[in-house]
Design a protein around this ligand. Structure first.
Ligand code: CAA
Length: 258
């Protein structure tokens, strides 16, 4: 079992649970935490016993951003040479479905990490924001791009230019989060959603994730064609045969490749 200093890693049934664990810094994402999160989720990605991943923080903070104290005295060449934040790109290349369970603050890099997940389930105490402008910078982990795609230009400009925070209800109304639940239930609800996803065929769930992500990365015609070709290719799988046979025979499917 790998030892981590900044995160807790568990398995709950078929779901991997990663808990950010730097309470003294409201789970600020320093470079070491990035490396640990990415290592933990990459191991889950290829683990046949894991069908979904939940990332969470504490009840006070999912994560209050990138670690400001670690960045404060860096120069341009330090940031450029280290390609600061590049490690998060590996998170976005995961094939396994990922769920952010957000309680409390999800600010700056915390909001950006949540947005790198496939869906966000928010506790009713969640606060989302991109306050980097108050630090004399702008979002650096994809926020200007992912937030704009998630909530549209007007709301993204509002959050990024003013630095104001939005609550769970406004985040749901804006399309940033998929569900709002009582704060104390957020991890359980995310684990339940993860267990449902993990009960499906894993390769089919990965293909579905790829198809939805294509909506962000390609034009409409290209994305629709990509989806249709994946749809065709799934007819080469045993899980498609089983899924459709189970429907016809009025029983639950027993997917082989979970
Ligand atoms: N980096 C480093 N340390 C942080 C931190 C961060 N992002 N956020 C909080 N902390 C630390 C505080 O410095 C404090 O430590 P000390 O006790 O040693 O002083 C501890 O966590 C508790 O924080 P507060 O005392 O500030 O707690 P609060 O309840 O009064 O306020 C808060 C909570 C509003 C979230 C406030 O901590 C805050 O504004 N944090 C910074 C939010 C922010 O600006 N995030 C963006 C970071 S830059 C970024 O993320 C770039 C990017 O795009 C990737």
């Amino acid at each position: 079992m790998t030892e981590y200093s900044n995160i807790l890693v568990e398995r709950r049934g078929r779901v991997g649970l990663v808990t950010l664990n730097r309470p003294e810094a409201l789970n600020a994402l320093n470079q070491a935490t990035m490396e640990e999160v990415v290592a933990a989720v990459r191991a889950m990605d290829t683990d046949p016993g894991v069908g979904a991943v939940v990332i969470t923080g504490s009840s006070k903070a999912f994560a209050a951003g990138a670690d400001i104290k670690e960045m404060a005295f860096q120069g341009y060449m330090d940031m450029y040479a280290a390609d600061w934040f590049r490690g998060w790109e590996d998170f976005t290349r995961l094939r396994i479905p990922t769920i952010a369970a957000v309680s409390g603050f999800a600010l700056g890099g915390g909001c950006e990490l949540a947005m790198m997940c496939d869906l966000i389930i928010a506790g009713d105490n969640a606060k989302f924001g991109q306050p980097e402008i108050n630090l004399g910078v702008l979002p650096g982990m994809g926020g200007s791009q992912r937030l704009t795609r998630a909530v549209g230009k007007a709301k993204a400009m509002d959050l990024i230019l003013t630095g104001r925070f939005i609550g769970a209800e406004e985040a749901e109304r804006s399309g940033l989060v998929s569900r709002v639940v009582p704060a104390e239930d957020v991890v359980d609800e995310a684990l339940k959603a993860g267990e449902i996803i993990a009960s499906k065929s894993k390769p089919v769930a990965m293909a579905a994730k790829e198809a939805v992500n294509a909506a962000f990365e390609t034009g409409l015609a290209q994305g629709v064609l990509f989806e249709r070709r994946i749809f065709h290719s799934l007819f080469a799988t045993e899980d498609q045969k089983e899924g459709m046979a189970a429907f016809t025979e009025k029983r639950q499917p027993e997917f082989k490749h979970r």
